[in-house]
Design a binder for this molecule. Sequence first.
Ligand code: SF4
Length: 97
Amino acid sequence: MANKITPSRRQFIKIGGATMAAIPLMILADKAAAATNAGMRTAMKYQDTPNAGKACADCMQFIPGKTAAGPGGCKLFPGDTEISPKGYCVAWTAKPK
Ligand code: SF4
């Protein structure tokens, strides 16, 4: 019994294998894009909840994310892409109106 692989089946196996190999890389790339700056968070007493009505979304240091409710960045926290718009830290400064 011959083990016959037709060209179309061979192509299917190659493409399927490449796709399966790419999925973990895409997941890793997405996780690498999301990062926190633990040192600054601790130093500035960052929390994911507002404090007395003060929230990152209203702070002049906040860098908005892709969506209004999604995580963004902070000018004071280099490399941190997980700052919640509802977060707060001791460096909170009101946005100019
Ligand atoms: S300085 Fe603090 S309160 Fe202001 S955006 Fe950055 S983490 Fe949020």
